[in-house]
Design a binder for this molecule. Structure first.
Ligand code: SF4
Ligand code: SF4
Length: 155
């Protein structure tokens, strides 16, 4: 008898919780029919910030700080190469030729990124940020190896 009363009381308590939540404001969304608007602090895969003065190029100056700071080796940055000198160019011109600023290649492996944020914190140009993309899903690991220059014109 005692156990029956206890069971009934437990049922009432459970129904009370269910009833309270049933009439409370819904906190989940019907994804993908609905999106969420609270992703400002969400840490999705990192991305490069466009240069505000020239949005088709990234702000990145290929200083390599992010790659050397990243504890998991998720980032690889390669500088742009010095352009091949024109035929007949003088030695002075050849010496004066410098590599254009910016990365020639910038890859990022999301599968090993631990979202620590050290790359973004240490970038001297503020050129890295977390994307607010919460939908990165795939059965193929290669789908998470990103070319971060892909969205820029000079990639
Ligand atoms: S993203 Fe920032 S830290 Fe990384 S290479 Fe570019 S400028 Fe340097
Ligand atoms: S968030 Fe951390 S682990 Fe991910 S790329 Fe940046 S430094 Fe590396």
């Amino acid at each position: 008898m005692g156990e029956d009363v206890l069971g009934l009381w437990s049922l009432v308590k459970g129904l009370k919780i269910t009833g309270t939540l049933f009439f409370s404001k819904q906190v989940t969304v019907h994804y993908p029919r609905e999106g969420v608007d609270n992703l400002a602090t969400f840490r999705g895969p990192i991305e490069l910030v466009p240069n505000p003065e020239d949005p088709v190029r990234p702000l990145c100056i290929a200083c390599m700080t992010c790659a050397s700071t990243c504890p998991t080796g998720a980032i690889s940055v390669f500088k742009k190469k010095v352009p091949r000198p024109e035929e007949g160019a003088s030695d002075e011109t050849k010496t004066a030729q410098k590599a254009p600023k910016g990365p020639g290649k910038f890859t990022y492996d999301y599968t090993v990124c631990c979202q620590c944020g050290l790359c973004a914190q240490n970038c001297p140009k503020g050129a890295i940020r977390f994307s607010g993309n919460p939908c990165a899903a795939s059965t193929d690991k290669k789908a998470f190896e990103f070319d971060l220059l892909e969205k820029f014109d000079n990639a």
